[in-house]
Design a protein around this ligand. Structure first.
Ligand SMILES: Cc1ncc(COP(=O)(O)O)c(C=O)c1O
Length: 411
């Protein structure tokens, strides 16, 4: 593709108007919205309003007058529209890690007699760590984590499997599971399905209820542009809500928090998965991000993101002469998410050399240079330029400098 052809695609892009809704530094090509999305302009206004008026003037009265107390369910209900759930099946709460811990424990409570939680080797580490922690807490008689290579996963679902835990789009390879097919395979063996939607929500059109999914978690600081450390969300299918038990019973999950009873009496709906006081500043920023996302057609979002990722791969492979560069993960659009990972022995330095040119991606150990293609603020021409820059950095070995090899704490 020529740059003029990329510009022509931009001219016909139905999502191009969204770029003006983001605060992004001029001239920067931001290919890391899959790690931390940029702030929508509306976030700045909303945070100022919450801090000055609702918090500053309303003070504690704002829990009622500004409807802070309803925010987790209200924002959860909006996220539900992006993942094929009913509004009352989703709430914002805690972090993805904590939510996965709660729902995996809940899945065990729904499947008495079954002890195995099955996941894939190489799943995002926090998912495995949370499940390891749960297994250690409950002990081998009640819970154990089994991980298998992805190609063996479906066959490994067995009569003892309480739940299968998978990340829909893999954080490193970008490989996408067939959400409906794997959910059906889990159900065929009597197991529950828990999806981690961190790299899907706001990027890939997801239909949890269409697939009959049971439980799901996800973060909101990537494609939902909710801000650094924004609160996460969780989904519990309506049919499980009255029975599933949360191991982190807190007052906000109580049927009547302001009855101040000594004994825990869980709410029988999605509120039963909320633990403590909701983070209102984080929720306010997130709601502005979700409101923006809801204005876009999810099918167009997915189609554009996949087109941008495909354009990047093709242009890099056509222009880059370095045989050490290797695409990891699938090429086909139905089998991938919106980020692209190239393995290279100098992947870290490569990413730093790109950042020095104003093109921001990130690095995932041991050798992955990762680039994300957020459809709401990227243009085809920017992606074309980024691919040319990567080819040039490789051809000139511009990455080969000591300062590009010095590892920062966050990669
Ligand atoms: C698949 C996946 N799960 C979980 C997380 C992070 O969880 P938390 O928000 O609790 O840090 C990430 C972060 O990138 C992720 O990619």
């Amino acid at each position: 593709m020529t740059r003029d052809e990329a510009l022509a695609l931009d001219a016909g892009d139905p999502l191009a108007r969204f770029r003006a809704g983001f605060a992004l530094p001029h001239g920067l090509i931001y290919l890391d919205g899959n790690s931390l999305g940029p702030p929508p302009l509306a976030v700045h206004e909303r945070l100022a309003e919450v801090s000055h008026n609702e918090w500053g003037e309303g003070l504690v009265r704002s829990w009622n007058s500004a409807r802070w107390i309803e925010a987790p369910l209200r924002v959860g209900g909006k996220i539900a529209r992006l993942i094929g759930a009913q509004p009352h099946e989703v709430t914002v709460a805690d972090s993805t890690t904590v939510n996965l811990f709660k729902l995996a424990a809940g899945a065990l409570s729904l499947k008495p007699g079954r002890t195995t939680i099955l996941s894939e080797a190489g799943n995002f580490p926090t998912d495995l760590y949370a499940l390891q922690g749960l297994a250690a807490l409950l002990g081998p008689g009640r819970a154990r984590l089994r991980t298998v290579p992805p190609e063996d996963l479906v066959a490994a679902i067995g009569e003892d499997t309480a739940a299968v835990v998978l990340t829909h789009v893999h954080y490193k390879t970008s490989r996408r599971w067939d959400l409906a097919a794997v959910t059906a395979a889990a159900h065929a063996k009597g197991a529950l399905m828990i999806w981690d939607l961190c790299h899907s929500v706001g990027a890939i059109a997801v239909d949890l209820n269409g697939a009959g999914a049971d439980l799901a978690v996800g973060c909101s600081y990537k494609y939902l542009n909710g801000g650094p450390g924004a609160p996460a969300f969780l989904f519990v299918a309506e049919r499980h809500q009255a029975q599933i038990a949360s191991p982190l019973s807190g007052w906000m999950g109580h049927a009547e928090p302001f009855a101040f009873e000594d004994g825990y009496r869980p709410a029988a709906d999605i509120r039963g998965q909320i633990t403590g006081t909701p983070p209102i500043l984080g929720l306010a920023a997130l709601e502005a991000g979700v409101d923006l996302q809801l204005q876009a057609d999810p099918a167009q979002v997915e189609a554009k993101g996949l087109a941008l990722a495909g354009l990047f791969v093709r242009q890099v492979e056509a222009a880059a002469a370095d045989p050490a560069l290797r695409l990891t993960g699938p090429r086909g659009p139905t089998a991938r998410g919106l980020h692209v990972s190239f393995a290279h022995p100098e992947g870290y330095a490569l990413v730093q050399a790109m950042i020095a040119r104003g093109i921001v991606g990130d690095f995932r150990a041991p050798d992955i240079a990762r680039f994300g293609f957020s459809p709401l603020f990227l243009s085809y021409a920017q992606v074309w330029d980024a691919a040319q820059a990567l080819a040039e950095v490789l051809a000139t070995r511009a990455w080969d400098r000591p300062e590009f090899r010095a590892r920062a704490a966050v990669t």
